[in-house]
Each structure stands twice: as C-alpha cells, then as structure tokens.
Design a protein around this ligand. Structure first.
Ligand code: BGP
Length: 459
C-alpha cells in the first residue's frame, strides 16, 4: 500500500540563471564564465537563452497555471555583483526582488540556488576557486542576498552540483586541471559553503539552507569484489565526500586516503577543519538523472580515459572506469534511464544522513517537435511518471522527502547540447542560435504535471 506524499509536498521544477535568463550583459550584469568560455554549445547560445529576463511575468504565470508549490531558480552572482567582489548592481537586485514577489503572488515558494555554475568572470580572472580570496567574495555575495531577500526566501541552496564541477570541470569553469588543483578548488568551495551556512543561520534563524549536489547510486559492473570495491570508492568520491561535509562537517575517510595516495590533499589554513565541523545543513537537496556503473581496472593500469558517461569523469579513473549498463535503456543523448536507481539513491542518502530530502533536478532531455502548436512529449511524461512512482516507493519505505523539482520548468540551454536538447514543460520556439520568435507553447507534459500536482502525486 503506497504511503501518500505529505500534504504540503513541494511540487515544482527548476531552472538556472545562465541557462534561462539571457540578457547576459544588460542592466549592469557582468560576464560569468558561461558568457565567455568557448564550450559546447557556442556561448552565443547563453547570451539569449530563453530570454526569461524579458519574459519573467509570462513565464511565472505559466508555472502558476500548472499549480507549482515551489520554483527552484538560481541567482546570477555577476548580475548582482558584476565583477564578483565589487559594487552591488541595484538593477540586478531589482530583477530578483521582482521575480521573488511574482512567485509569492501565486503562492509559489521560491527555492533559490545562490551559485549555479556561473562564477563571475572577474573572479575567474583572479584564479577563480584556486584563489582563496574567492571564499570571502562568495560569503559577501551571499550576505548581500541574505540582506535583500532573507525576508521572503525560506529555502536556500548553496552550490549547484559542486561534485560535478570537480568531476566534469571543463563545462563549468573549474577546468580539466590536475586532481590536486580540482580538490584545492573543491576545498575552498567547501569552506565557503560552511561559512555561508553559518552566516545564514546567524542572520536568518527562520530559514533553511542546504547543498545541491548531483547524487546517484553507483553500480559495480560485476560481483567481482574488485568491481564492488571500485564502486564503493567511486560512491565516496562522487557522493559521500559532499554530503558527509554538509551534514557531519568532516572529510570522508576513503576520499581523504585517495587524495593522500594521489598527493592531492588540499592546502589548508589552521582553522579550516574547525570551520567545516561547525556547519550543518538543515536538509539535503540533490539532483538525480541516472545511475552510473564502474568496473575495476587491474592495479597499476595507466590512468586512461575510460567510458565517458556523463556522471563519470576520466580525472578520477586509473583504477576504475565508467561502463555501460546493458540492463538499462538510454536517452537520445546517451544517458541511462534508471527509475529504480532513483529509489535506491533516495534510500541510500536517507539511511546515511536521516535529513529531510528534496529533489532539485530530475528530467529527460530530448528533441521535442512543435506540431500545429502542440508538443507530444509522451517520452518525458513516461520518464517523470516512472521516477515519481519510485520516489513514492521510497517515501513508502520511510524516507522523508518533502519536495520534488524536475529539470526544467521551461526549455532552456543544455550545458552540453544547447537548445537542441529540451527539458521543459513549456516549449520555447527557437533552435540553436536561431532566435525565431521565442514564443511559449504548453507541451502535453504541462497538462500532465498539472494533474500530478493537483492530485498530490497520483496520475
Ligand atoms: C545538471 C545541471 C543543470 C543542467 C542538467 C542537464 O548537471 O545542474 O544545470 O545542465 O545537468 O544537463 P545538460 O544541460 O548537460 O543536458
């Protein structure tokens, strides 16, 4: 017998500033690493994106029409502080203040990510997260947000997918540098996150704050103990490093040993470990797309690029490699589809940390087709229905899940595949670099999800 979702379950969906807003240099916004880097797709795609900056009221009205209880969006650091650590841009503050008020007008709870892959270019030019000064810049930026929006935002997320920034650095500005550099950047972000969580608890005792990593179960390719050991270690590197620190304030012991073995332990200031220990998140938010599979490589194997799936980066390989999973179907973009893994992942997190959980991304990127003003995205409805069912099974198992956001509320720029790869309940009429008219259309999944929300998860 399925347990029902909580009566105040936060049904919603998500976007991020650089993938949805456009207006990359308007009203005083400074460039972020996403606006200037040559990444797939051409950065011109990010300069307009969905042009949400100029369609905000129209877009929020569409989310309200679906009956959203929450909307997860991110604030662009360089729209609020154009060079990252200098003057505050009043028009940046104004945009987000209006966006928050628009959500509240419809009874939609704003769920805000303060940093979603878009480091200000001004800070990147000063070494980015390699530079310890970026910690102070981040704390000050969040202090500005707490002062301006702490009265209206009750749920805060620190860093989106910090683990993917370390495992897939190229796409988001952390670069394909050495393991030593990646984990030095990682350490600075972890200290910055701890300081911000403490600042938030001090200034805004009534609000809740948590991390938003990408967490997914890691499977061994076979029951060979070497494969199981590889999956166990990769799980610690990919998942538990980030949640152990957010919840318990300590570095995961297996990852610490792995870094020591690779001469990649981060340089620290004397009170860094105490700072990490002093901070504890109020809930765990996480993004889930699919599970991963790894296999052990014979010890001493040359460090080589293994099977590149989107959750596994070759910078961690050498004694294990990513592998296909012949039991799972794949999306058109080569991502496994594993709803069962979603239940497994929820239960793994809940049993390890016993913290309230909210899913902040889950979705299917696909080639949607506009036909006579309609988009028949049954594949997306199937994906989401199957994942919601598994989430309901996890809730029935006893996991405390209080919300679910799909990726994405409205079509926006895929980090890796531009506008071709669509995720939204709302179709936006443009193709890569061709702006067309940016007209919004309700997909079949728009009406389906409206029914899911109205029935609190039935359908
Ligand atoms: C997650 C990011 C999102 C979005 C999503 C889809 O890692 O948090 O911002 O990018 O992946 O991936 P993609 O955009 O590469 O299709």
């Amino acid at each position: 017998e399925m347990k029902p979702f909580k009566k105040d379950f936060l049904w919603g969906s998500a976007t991020s500033a650089y993938q949805v807003e456009g207006a990359w240099n308007e009203d005083g916004k400074g460039p972020s690493v996403q606006d200037v880097k040559e990444i797939v797709p051409d950065t011109s795609d990010f300069k307009v994106a969905t042009d949400h900056y100029h369609h905000m009221q129209e877009d929020i009205a569409l989310l309200a029409e679906m009956g959203f209880k929450t909307y997860r969006f991110s604030i662009s650091w360089s729209r609020v502080i154009p060079d990252g650590d200098g003057e505050v841009n009043p028009k940046g503050i104004q945009f987000y203040s209006d966006l928050i008020d628009e959500c509240l007008k419809y009874g939609i709870e704003p769920l805000v990510t303060v940093y979603h892959f878009d480091l200000p270019q001004g800070l990147a030019e000063k070494g980015g997260w390699e530079n310890r000064a970026t910690i102070d810049a981040f704390v000050r930026y969040c202090d500005v947000l707490f002062d301006n929006f702490g009265d209206r935002i009750k749920l805060w997320l620190t860093i989106n997918e910090q683990n993917m920034m370390i495992l897939h650095g190229a796409a988001v500005g952390t670069g394909e540098s050495s393991i030593k550099s990646l984990y030095q950047q990682n350490h600075h972000m972890l200290v910055a996150q701890a300081l911000v969580m403490n600042l938030c608890h001090k200034k805004l005792p009534h609000v809740k704050i948590g991390p938003a990593p990408n967490i997914s179960a890691v499977y061994p390719k076979t029951n060979n103990p070497a494969d199981v050991e590889a999956a166990d270690l990769y799980t610690a590197i990919r998942n538990w490093l980030y949640l152990d620190i957010a919840v318990y304030g300590v570095y995961n012991h297996q990852v610490w040993a792995y870094l020591e073995e690779n001469d990649a332990l981060p340089d620290m200031e004397p009170d860094d470990l105490a700072i990490l220990k002093s901070a504890e998140c109020d809930f765990i938010a996480f993004n889930y797309y699919n599970s991963s599979t790894v296999e052990a490589l014979p010890s001493g194997t040359e460090r080589k690029a293994g099977k590149k799936d989107q959750q596994l980066s070759d910078s961690q390989e050498g004694f294990f490699a990513g592998s296909d999973n012949e039991y799972l179907p794949y999306t058109e973009f080569g991502w496994q589809i594993d709803p069962t893994g979603f239940r497994t992942t929820i239960n793994q997190i809940y049993s390890r940390y016993r913290k309230p959980l909210i899913i902040t991304e889950n979705g299917l990127g696909g080639f949607d087709k506009l036909e006579d003003g309609k988009i028949h995205d049954t594949y997306r409805i199937d994906y989401l229905r199957n994942h919601i069912k598994q989430m309901n099974l996890a809730v029935t198992d006893g996991a405390d899940v209080f919300g679910y956001c799909t990726w994405s509320a409205i079509d926006l720029i895929s980090t890796h595949q531009g506008f071709r790869k669509r995720y939204g309940f709302v179709y936006v009429n443009r193709e890569d670099f061709d702006l067309k008219d940016l007209k919004r259309y309700r997909k079949d999944s728009f009406y389906w999800y409206k029914g899911v929300i109205a029935s609190n998860g039935k359908n």
